[in-house]
Design a protein around this ligand. Sequence first.
Ligand code: AMP
Length: 214
Amino acid sequence: MNIILLGPPGAGKGTQARHLVEKRNMIQLSTGDMLREAKNSGSEMGNRVATVMARGDLVTDEIVIGLIKEKISGENGGGFIFDGFPRTLKQADALDSLLKECRKSLDFVIEMKVDDDALVSRITGRSSCGACGEVFHDVTNPWPSSGECPKCSSREQVRRADDNEESLRQRLMEYYKKTSSLIGYYYAKGDHVSVNGLASVEEVQESIAEVLNG
Ligand code: AMP
């Protein structure tokens, strides 16, 4: 089963994807994670995208399509979760062709519906474990006072460079200008379902499980 998690920054796509990886052995393909890896490794491409990402703009379609192309023909376990991809119609078309080429299909496009006011506080309070990627929030799920990640005992708490109010506003602008039209596109194709992304993490997990279990 291959799915897309669609929604603005802070909708909870990464958190839900991690759960599906654990529970269903699915494979998370997050273009944001891949780009951050490239940036941290100091590769030529990573250096090129660093300022674009810090501003909250989208990187070029060619780069992200290339990243997905590298992964899509490989191991797909319980299926792929496309997280943060596609973000433009060109990317959606490219995904369609790539899936066809390797005889795979798209089963669901799950839109995580949230309102913009919730996003600012979700994003500006967000941190994660630098070792295992567990996600925390300063108010709702704080990094333990022991200083250790409860999942893997790492002491490395990290915050994303673009998780600040200014970049978030730009990321939201990009979402509404370039990505939100994909909702209509997938609705017309018949693949679209939506869940309430404002519910608790567990409730959203349940809603997604209901969709996947049919
Ligand atoms: P994310 O981790 O999905 O929030 O992505 C972080 C940043 O990486 C975005 O603000 C963009 O600059 C870039 N990015 C991630 N995925 C894409 C994509 N599919 N298309 C263009 N830019 C992307």
